[in-house]
Design a protein around this ligand. Structure first.
Ligand SMILES: NC(=O)c1ccc[n+]([C@@H]2O[C@H](COP(=O)([O-])OP(=O)(O)OC[C@H]3O[C@@H](n4cnc5c(N)ncnc54)[C@H](OP(=O)(O)O)[C@@H]3O)[C@@H](O)[C@H]2O)c1
Length: 303
């Protein structure tokens, strides 16, 4: 494919954004872009310099972008075909900039729970849903909006904040310890973003990309994680199951981590069966999905 698209990554100094930038800067994707703009609030910061060190001759540059500065948003998005948003929060000034600058493909900052069908009043998902709706409505038929749901990040999904208390060797499952939860690595998410961006921007393949895309790096239950970690560490791990009704008592809409565990217990994080893995990575011909088993064997979850 010839270099024809200009892509911009908002939040390119963040955890996910940096990984997405890295993927875009490398083969096989880099040659499809005439320009890769990495948007940063502080283009001279150490994090921005770290991005520049990855350029290796790619047609890339770090560009000043602050959602609180409309002029910077317009300058950063001028002439851009594809915007990948990896900001922490749903910020509607990005949608406004995308519309004003006639961007063709917009990937909003989703990358978590598929809340399309999930009826919830959890603040962060309500805001994300409204953000996507605004982009779709204001973009009309001219903007392709692709929301990507990945379950939990493999690298950060196994801490005590999500029920894996490795210090005391106790894992907490909500609802059932057999509920499958999707974990996807940052590299797999970034490769998927690159593939979906290019498929969406190409008029011959755009129609193959749905508006809501689930990807599933690896699906496992809390019980399966227990078994994998016990085998690796030789230690005994207790799994505690909290019934759904008990977990819901007093649960606040602002308590995102507990809400994620509830969503997991209710099956809303299982993307192992219904997903677009074959669209983004047919027959694993682009990369091998990283599994939780590999992650455990590499010492990613200790006990
Ligand atoms: N599924 C999961 O397990 C999981 C886990 C974590 C995150 N996520 C999702 O992934 C997405 C990215 O999260 P993340 O953790 O990678 O984010 P992050 O590390 O907090 O990075 C956020 C980025 O946004 C930039 N930013 C913040 N405010 C800005 C503003 N006003 N103008 C311009 N740039 C601004 C930051 O720039 P500075 O470097 O200048 O601060 C940084 O580059 C989010 O949608 C999040 O919900 C999912």
């Amino acid at each position: 494919m010839s270099a024809q698209h200009i892509v911009a990554v908002a939040g390119s100094t963040g955890s996910l954004g940096k990984n997405i930038a890295k993927a875009l800067l490398q083969p096989p994707y880099v040659s499809s872009f005439s320009e890769i703009r990495l948007l940063a609030r502080s283009p001279t910061s150490d994090k921005a310099k770290e991005l520049e060190s990855l350029f290796a001759g790619a047609p890339a540059r770090v560009v000043y972008f602050n959602t609180e500065d409309e002029k910077s948003v317009d300058e950063a998005l001028k002439g851009v075909d594809i915007v990948v948003n990896a900001l922490t929060h749903a910020d509607d000034s990005v949608v406004d900039g995308v519309i004003r600058n006639k961007v063709k493909v917009y990937i909003p900052s989703e990358f978590g729970v598929d809340h399309k069908a999930y009826v919830t009043d959890v603040n962060v998902w309500v805001a994300k849903k409204a953000h996507v709706q605004k982009a779709v409505e204001q973009g009309g038929g001219n903007l392709k909006v692709v929301s990507i749901y990945v379950g939990l990040f493999l690298e950060t999904g196994f801490g005590p904040w999500l029920g894996y208390d490795t210090t005391n060797n106790v894992y907490t499952a909500v609802g059932s310890s057999d509920a499958i939860i999707t974990y996807t690595s940052l590299d797999d998410i970034s490769n998927s973003v690159a593939r979906l961006a290019l498929l969406s921007a190409d008029p011959t393949t755009a129609a193959t990309v749905p508006a809501h895309v689930r990807i599933s790096g690896s699906g496992v239950s809390v019980k399966q994680v227990q078994q994998l970690v016990e085998k690796k560490s030789g230690k005994n791990i207790t799994v505690k199951v909290v019934p759904l009704d008990e977990w819901k008592q007093g649960l606040k809409t602002t308590d995102v981590l507990k809400q994620i565990l509830l969503a997991a217990g209710e099956g809303w994080l299982d993307y192992s069966k219904v997903n677009s893995n074959e669209l983004v990575n047919p027959g694993e011909s682009f990369w091998k999905w990283k599994t939780v088993q590999q992650f455990v064997e590499e010492g990613g979850i200790s006990a």
